[in-house]
Design a protein around this ligand. Structure first.
Ligand SMILES: [Zn+2]
Length: 477
């Protein structure tokens, strides 16, 4: 995932009540006599969803297979193709969809090659190893690349430097996470421009490469990758992430020896685009089949680990949410589609294809839900909709409160479902929100493995998503 938790464009004018907990009593906006019976039925329905998830949940074992039998699955890789086949088969075996099908899309194919090497070289020629990894989309170094280093804390600081200070150097972007922010996603958003645009800007200014502090608050020796974009930059320079410890070490050594050099070796490259697929499972609504609710996560993952929290959990939760509805005897009144999107990490081609086809087919999309913030303990949902509809959704808060999934915030819902906004104007987008305090310790690094996922937290998340689908499907918006 990237760019989560930035305030959604549709909600910039939202009043403060929308950003607070869903604490509006269920009876506040409904006829007093009608509420108790409906509320009781809904309360029992949700309880059945959570019972099924906690007692007979299947998402944890599905995740085990995806992570440990298939593993890293960056777009265009053989493992991504295996994940597509696995996703289709898993949906078919879940026996809860009316139909399961693929949507073809062309995806970028970037490969890391041999693992990268980084070294800090002092003026006495002694090398100190520095943990690095190529940023996704980076060009390779074509052998060893050695140059001096200029440290900056922002793109603005780089702009202010004279050409002579930049030319022939590595630009070292070293702005850390702001640890004072309560939401780690906000810290990620605030530091993210260094990775996304820093290397392009370094190349434009005549630097030979870019070193970017990993986007994490953790202090360890695991570099965190992620996509960088050269855009229309004429000179593409190699771009690597440094672990936070390596970044601190380099910064410290530079203070003592501004003339030190850095040596980088990376063999990554971009190959021709590949054909890949979104995997879609659909249940036709009983009353309003033409109104679609999408629930999804992304099937691709970075190549350094198993892509467990990013975004294996979202994938298995999306399948599970639909299975839970069937197992609990809750046939949706509106059409529900679980979508395993391809290529969120370095292109969003799957999300764009899904929206494009929805527009071509003149579909009506009521809502879309994405889980792409890790499979942690439920907190609630981020929503992109109008303030009036957010209030309407808020009356479901008491139903979700027993499961601690009732926090509703205004915010960006998900990268894969975002293209629907311009294509088919869904009424609302929702992003599943779990407790994100540990997410960026793992995100895009070698630590994002199956053993970091807790079974109960994962299953509770799937049930929370199923609950929102149930309510949306029953009441609409
Ligand atoms: Zn993700």
């Amino acid at each position: 995932m990237y760019l989560r938790y930035t305030i959604g464009c549709l909600l910039t004018a939202l009043s403060c009540c929308a950003a607070s907990l869903i604490s509006v009593p269920a009876c506040a906006q409904a006829p007093a006599a009608a509420v108790p019976a409906a509320q009781k039925a809904d309360s029992l329905a949700l309880r059945r969803l959570y019972d099924e998830a906690l007692l007979r949940g299947q998402s944890y074992e599905n995740l085990r297979y995806l992570c440990q039998k298939i593993g890293p699955r960056l777009s265009g890789s053989p493992q991504a193709a295996q994940a597509v086949a696995w996703g289709k088969l898993t949906m078919e075996k879940a026996n809860c969809f009316d139909k399961v099908y693929l949507q073809e899309c062309q995806v970028p194919h970037w490969v890391r090659g041999a693992r990268e090497k980084g070294e800090i070289v002092g003026n006495k020629g002694k090398g100190i190893s520095a943990a690095v990894c190529a940023l996704g989309g980076s060009v390779g170094t074509g052998g060893k690349l050695r140059a001096g280093v200029v440290e900056v804390k922002s793109l603005e600081a780089l702009k202010a430097l004279p050409d002579a200070a930049v030319k022939g150097k590595f630009i070292f972007f070293n702005r850390p996470f702001n640890d004072a922010l309560i939401e780690p996603g906000a810290a990620y958003g605030a530091a993210g421009d260094q990775r996304r645009s820093g290397p392009a800007e370094a190349g434009r200014r005549g630097a030979v490469g870019a070193l970017v502090r990993s986007l994490t608050a953790a202090h360890d020796d695991n570099p965190h990758t992620g996509a960088t974009a050269y855009g229309d930059t004429p000179t593409k320079v190699p771009a690597a992430a440094l672990s936070t410890l390596a970044a601190d070490r380099l910064s410290q050594l530079l203070k003592a020896d501004p003339g030190l050099q850095f040596e980088l070796e990376m063999s990554c490259e971009t190959l021709p685009d590949e054909t890949s697929y979104n995997v879609v499972g659909e249940v036709r609504g009983t009353k309003y089949p033409d109104q679609i609710i999408t629930v999804g996560g992304h099937l691709d993952s970075w190549d350094l680990a198993e892509g467990a929290h990013d975004d294996g959990t979202g994938v298995v939760q999306s399948i599970e949410a639909v299975r839970l509805l069937k197992a609990a005897g809750l046939r949706p009144e509106r059409t529900v589609r679980a979508v395993l999107f391809m290529n969120e990490e370095n292109g969003t081609r799957g999300g764009q294809k899904y929206a494009e086809l929805a527009q071509q087919n003149h579909e009506t999309h009521l809502a879309a839900i994405e889980s792409d913030g890790g499979g942690f303990t439920p907190r609630g949902f981020a929503a992109q909709t109008t303030p009036a509809l957010l209030k309407k959704v808020a009356i479901w808060g008491p139903l979700l409160a027993p499961y601690h999934a009732n926090q509703l915030t205004a915010g960006h819902a998900g990268t894969d479902i975002e293209p629907l906004v311009n294509a088919v104007h869904p009424t609302a987008l929702f992003g599943y929100d779990g407790d994100s305090q540990r997410y960026f310790d793992l995100h895009h690094s070698a630590l994002d493995t199956f053993d970091q996922v807790n079974r109960r937290e994962l299953e509770l998340g799937g049930a929370s998503m199923a609950s929102l689908i149930y309510l949306l499907s029953k009441y609409g918006l």
